[in-house]
Ligand binder design. Structure first.
Ligand SMILES: NC(=O)C1=CN([C@@H]2O[C@H](COP(=O)(O)OP(=O)(O)OC[C@H]3O[C@@H](n4cnc5c(N)ncnc54)[C@H](OP(=O)(O)O)[C@@H]3O)[C@@H](O)[C@H]2O)C=CC1
Ligand SMILES: O=C(O)C1=N[C@H](C(=O)O)C[C@H](O)C1
Length: 251
């Protein structure tokens, strides 16, 4: 069986370098290209890569993806910075390349995917919900893509259940003290040396709280998800948003 030819974009970064090692260690894949900031995207096309893994920067990912889709290269994207508008743009590009697949995964960690799912499940049972994400200080964006997605999922579940706005009597606050408001869910970002990627989802109801916490202690935690995404995206045309679509979570 021929091996899947995989390119890594952002190959010198924290995640990209880990992904290069993971691809090189996978029996069913070969590293077609390892490209970073100074490399031209023509090198990606020339490499004959079937799948590109993007682990770059929110400012770079759209140009990279446009190039991938235009050249029928499937893409597995871990890079953050996703808005509804950006997702719609990618869907638009894919209309002209109906055989190409793009996976955008806010988080490749199985524990993180489960945390988001459990948070969505819990949301309708509690009056209050807030998200606290904690990351290494080299992270470019705040709040994290995972935290933003978690907040959206909680907000949608609250809406579906007809819950009112959360109780909050704050009338005076220093800027930022209540975090970012994402669809009515407050999200707080901590940046601290020694951390990798962590998140707590806090729920509160009458006389009780529930905390769901996930910790990525090493970037190897993301690699099974990256490799799963690569294996699955070649037969999943169109846009897939979230690794959960490639996992059997009902079990
Ligand atoms: N979905 C998930 O599970 C995870 C997602 N991430 C996300 O992945 C992204 C990368 O994170 P991380 O590895 O920590 O970041 P790093 O800054 O360590 O790595 C990014 C790399 O991409 C390079 N780069 C920047 N622009 C381009 C470009 N146009 N083409 C090619 N390479 C480029 C950077 O170069 P330079 O240093 O010169 O800027 C750097 O080497 C972030 O958005 C992060 O949030 C991270 C962990 C898990
Ligand atoms: O930058 C990181 O490190 C991470 N980025 C992703 C995010 O923003 O959610 C995934 C994980 O939290 C690690």
């Amino acid at each position: 069986m021929s091996k899947l030819r995989v390119a890594v974009l952002g190959s010198e970064g924290r995640m990209g370098s880990e992904a290069v090692r993971a691809v090189e260690s996978a029996d069913d894949m070969e590293l077609a290209a390892a490209l970073d900031r100074d490399d031209h995207l023509d090198a990606l096309t020339a490499s004959g890569a079937q799948v590109a893994v993007d682990l770059t920067h929110p400012d770079a990912v759209m140009d990279n993806l446009r190039h991938c889709v235009a050249n029928d290269i499937h893409a597995v994207v871990g890079t953050t910075g996703w808005t509804d508008e950006r997702l719609a743009t990618v869907r638009g590009w894919l209309e002209s390349s109906p055989d190409t697949g793009v996976l955008i995964a806010p988080n490749f960690g199985i524990g993180a995917v489960l945390m988001m799912r459990f948070a969505r499940q819990a949301a309708r049972f509690f009056e209050s919900a807030e998200v606290v994400e904690l990351h290494h200080p080299g992270k470019a964006d705040a709040p994290s893509g995972t935290a933003a997605r978690t907040a959206q999922l909680i907000a949608a579940a609250r809406d579906d259940a007809g819950l009112p706005a959360q109780p909050d009597a704050t009338t005076t606050a220093l800027d930022g003290a209540r975090g970012a408001d994402i669809d009515g869910v407050h999200v707080h970002a901590v940046r601290m040396r020694g951390l990798v990627a962590h998140q707590e989802v806090l729920f509160g109801g009458e006389g009780e709280t529930l905390t769901i916490r996930h910790d990525s202690l090493h970037r190897s935690s993301f690699m099974p998800g990256v490799l799963l995404g690569v294996r699955r995206i070649v037969s999943a045309p169109g846009l897939t948003y979230g690794l959960e679509h490639f996992l059997d979570l009902e079990g």
